[in-house]
Design a binder for this molecule. Structure first.
Ligand SMILES: [Cu+2]
Length: 289
């Protein structure tokens, strides 16, 4: 019989529940949250994967530390309470113990710092860009520009519940999607025209503030095709929850044909916000002088 010890059945049950909760079931859509999700969305960029690994690593350290501290507290509570230890010891110092409880946490912090800095450097180590896009936060939608491609510009506005097409997730779908090629280094320049916003795509491991009058940047290399969703992640006003981000990752050929189509489509209807972007404000012009 495989269940050799009494808790085996309980263990097996917990393992089954955990594997159900943590694994991506067949019905889970890539690039968006799923009901009862625990953990992160499935990563599709090297950085997102590294973030996930770092998170899992920290979770182990946190769990072990918490269990150790809890066990210590329980032991002290039982062993040294007034009833079981009526005559307390008068000891005040223990050099070995004091050195240990100083040095061990330092070692743990160093063990955490190494992968932490590795991740931080990877996030800011920009590979050569294959494509650069610009995301401009507005109350309450995003404007996107493709400076490499005739400054192609369009707005991405949330799709209202009543207008959702099949397959479009509620509160996440936008009328126009950012389209980028798969397996290419995409640099994203991020700014805002009015207040703070934040350009976030969880599956890419990307989250950068959009600050009026400033240009921040990030990068990603999506390794899978599909549509990946995110939301503005900096409280920006009444409709903060209704300015999602949708990025469609496609093959090179699909990207080329999308570009052709988009250039025609959006040339006819230029962005209404283009005039208001920080690049156009008198203050920024003043700063540049
Ligand atoms: Cu917002």
């Amino acid at each position: 019989m495989p269940n050799g010890f009494p808790g085996a059945r309980v263990c097996a049950l917990f393992t089954a529940i955990a594997s159900f909760l943590f694994s991506a079931p067949a019905w889970a859509e890539l690039g968006q949250p799923r009901p009862w999700q625990l953990g992160f969305q499935e990563p599709v960029t090297p950085i997102a994967r590294q973030i996930g690994q770092f998170h899992d690593f920290l979770l182990i350290i946190i769990t072990v530390t918490s269990i150790f501290v809890l066990a210590l507290m329980v032991y002290v509570g039982l062993r040294f309470n007034a009833k079981s230890n009526p005559k307390p010891s008068k000891t005040t110092h223990n050099t070995t113990l004091e050195v240990l409880w100083t040095v061990v946490p330092i070692i743990i912090l160093v063990i955490i710092a190494v992968p932490s800095f590795r991740l931080l450097f990877a996030q800011y180590d920009f590979p050569k860009a294959d494509l650069t896009i610009k995301a401009i936060g507005n109350q309450w939608y995003w404007t996107y520009e493709y400076p490499d491609h005739d400054a192609l510009t369009f707005d991405a506005v949330i799709v209202e519940d009543a207008d959702l097409k099949p397959g479009q997730p509620r509160l996440l779908a936008t009328d126009n999607e950012v389209v980028v090629p798969v397996n290419k280094n995409v640099h994203v320049l991020i700014t805002a025209s009015d207040v703070l916003h934040n350009w976030t795509v969880p599956a890419f491991g990307v989250k950068v503030d959009a600050v009026p009058g400033r240009l921040l940047r990030t990068w990603f290399r999506a390794e899978k095709t599909g549509t990946f969703y995110g939301q503005c992640s900096e409280l920006c006003g009444a409709k903060h929850a209704f300015m999602p981000i949708a990025v469609r990752v496609v093959t090179d050929e699909q990207f080329a044909s999308w570009l052709q189509k988009a250039k025609k489509e959006f040339a006819a209807a230029p962005s209404e916000t283009l005039q208001e972007t920080p690049a156009e404000t008198p203050r920024l012009a003043e700063l540049k002088r």
